[in-house]
Design a protein around this ligand. Structure first.
Ligand SMILES: *[C@@H]1O[C@H](CO)[C@@H](O)[C@H](O)[C@H]1NC(C)=O
Ligand SMILES: *[C@@H]1O[C@H](CO)[C@@H](O)[C@H](O)[C@H]1NC(C)=O
Length: 551
């Protein structure tokens, strides 16, 4: 176990959570043969999700039993919970602290809150990772267990750590391929599984076979190691039929990457399509939808159409129409099934190059959204509540976490107030309750100054890989100029949406909004009709995101 711990990438925000050294491997080689176990102490507020190790022993200090160290779930806890307080909730330690063994498991839906051992845990509808707490075994036993658990193959272990992706292979089962080549395809998939080193902390791989229709052979959680997966691949029978790749891509988009099938949320989704020759249906539309769901599509084409066969190809350039990017990274062409084995390593390297899996970004998971909220006297207390509901309803649509979409908010009158910055909350639940807590200010309306303030206090702290989106809501004409501040914001890469209610001035709304105005500015006659624009606004944000060039 010691060797599988990844020491290279502690989460930067939380140095306290980094396990310094669980085992001193060298100790084992000392003459005494007495291995010593070092157990790092973690603070009460450390959440399991901040520790990258899939399994670790740690020591909790005394006094972690405190409501401020939130715990979500019962027996199985969302990794967003305090590790030590969860250990108290589960009865493994008490408030005096002590050693615990933590094991990460898949996320799921419906964490149940209960009162147990003096700790009230909370419910959570869904989270991407969970953990279990138990008593650590005695050190000696533990080291033996470690030895036994060592994978025999060092290369397998390395790739497992570096490559956390959720993979789906679309296997060509059409009749055109023949028995012999189908066997070569299985051999290829088996080699890929071996080279990847399948494991719950690394890559997971499922297979869908397509012919006339697609069907799932295994999903992401069916096999959690390469050996079992390889055995199962060996037993896949050929389906037969046509080569309906478009249909298969639609199927994968709708059915494969579900949490219930082992999709891990934090891991990029990758589809590798194996095609003998060319597809017998259209792929363009199905691929576009799959890409918009954040799926990175790769194609491996084998024995492509010869010059004389090209007139038979249903959709010319189907590879370019389907893959995530047309820069060559996402497609591999192999002249013959008999040379397929040569692309095992290149393919594995590419699907594991997670920084380049750009299609994982979607309109819902990659923005910093700053709300700029008019708190002037003309709005009134009750309408202000409606505005906050509107802000909450929009926020709800996004995937919120510190690595996905983040939300910030500013309220303004004559003056401006930072309600919360992008890095303040990292769950949807916390963001929604923070929005609810915003208190109505009441005063004048300096919208221009508010835009400048939002640029300085919110967007200047946006991460470079996030899209900066400003959503400004106002009910009247500004006392100051909005044009200059808005233009400055646009020039700094802020995509601005303006929502005007009642007495808001059309010319100002348009000046604030990014071009084209009609897609970025909205006017609604009364606050009670704001709700009608939630869907429209989300749709426009996503349309704009998806219309960016693909290359
Ligand atoms: C290690 O991996 C190689 C290539 O992936 C494989 O051929 C070999 O059998 C593996 N060794 C063991 C002990 O499993
Ligand atoms: C927010 O969503 C709730 C629940 O769907 C709805 O009842 C309410 O009208 C919405 N309000 C606004 C302002 O969007």
């Amino acid at each position: 176990m010691a060797q599988t711990m990844d020491m290279s990438a502690p989460p930067a925000e939380d140095p306290g959570a980094f396990l310094v050294c669980a085992y001193a491997a060298k100790e084992a080689t000392k003459k005494t043969k007495k291995a010593k176990l070092y157990v790092p102490q973690i603070d009460c507020d450390v959440k399991a999700g901040k520790i990258i190790n899939p399994e670790f022993i740690a020591k909790c200090p005394p006094g972690c039993q405190d409501v401020k160290h939130r715990v979500y779930g019962t027996d199985i806890y969302a990794s967003f919970s305090s590790v030590c307080n969860a250990a108290i909730h589960s009865g493994i330690i008490d408030n005096a602290g002590g050693k615990i063994l933590v094991q990460k498991v898949a996320g799921h839906s419906g964490y149940r809150g209960t009162f147990s051992n003096g700790v009230r845990s909370l419910s959570l509808p869904r989270w991407r990772e969970s953990f279990l707490v138990s008593e650590p075994k005695k050190p000696e036993q533990d080291l033996k267990a470690t030895k036994r658990a060592d994978p025999p193959n060092a290369s397998e272990k390395t790739s497992e750590q570096d490559c956390k992706v959720d993979l789906s292979f679309l296997m060509d089962g059409s009749w055109s391929i023949g028995k012999r080549r189908f066997q070569l395809q299985k051999q290829f998939l088996s080699n890929v599984a071996q080279a990847l080193g399948i494991g719950s902390a690394g890559p997971l791989m499922g297979i869908v076979q397509y012919g006339d229709d697609p069907s799932t052979e295994f999903n992401l959680k069916t096999y959690a190691n390469s050996k079992d997966l390889r055995n199962a691949i060996e037993k896949i029978p050929q389906k037969g039929g046509l080569s309906n790749v478009g249909k298969a891509l639609s199927f994968v988009n709708k059915n494969f990457f579900l949490d219930a099938n082992g999709n891990r949320g934090g891991a990029p989704n990758v589809v590798v399509v194996m095609v003998d020759g060319w597809p017998t249906d259209q792929v363009e539309e199905a691929s576009r939808l799959a890409r918009e769901s954040g799926i990175n599509i790769f194609f491996v084409t084998i024995e492509a159409a010869a010059e004389s066969e090209k007139q038979n190809v249903i959709e010319p350039n189907f590879v370019d129409k389907a893959v995530c990017r047309t820069n060559g990274f996402y497609s591999i062409n192999v002249p013959s099934w008999f040379s397929l084995h040569k692309v095992v390593q290149p393919l594995v390297k590419r699907v594991c190059d997670t920084d380049r899996l750009v299609c994982s970004k979607t309109c819902l998971n990659s923005a910093d959204i700053g709300f700029v909220i008019d708190g002037s006297s003309s709005v009134g207390t009750s309408n202000f509540r409606t505005v906050l509901q509107f802000v909450a309803n929009i926020s709800k649509e996004f995937e919120i976490s510190d690595t996905d979409t983040r939300i910030g908010a500013v309220q303004y009158t004559y003056e401006q107030r930072l309600e919360f910055s992008f890095d303040k909350y990292s769950t949807k639940q916390d963001v929604l309750s923070a929005i609810k807590r915003i208190s109505y200010w009441s005063g004048g309306t300096s919208t221009g100054a508010a835009i400048t303030y939002a640029s300085e206090q919110l967007f200047s702290k946006s991460k470079p890989n996030k899209r900066k989106i400003m959503i400004l809501i106002t009910d009247g004409r500004s006392y100051d100029d909005v044009r200059v501040p808005a233009m400055a914001a646009h020039q700094n890469g802020v995509i601005a949406y303006s929502i005007g209610v009642a007495w808001a001035a059309q010319d100002e709304l348009e000046a604030i909004a990014t071009d084209p105005d009609k897609e970025h500015s909205f006017f609604v006659d009364e606050f009670d009709n704001l709700y009608r624009f939630v869907n429209q606004l989300i749709q426009n944000i996503c349309t704009e995101f998806n219309s960016q060039p693909r290359n």
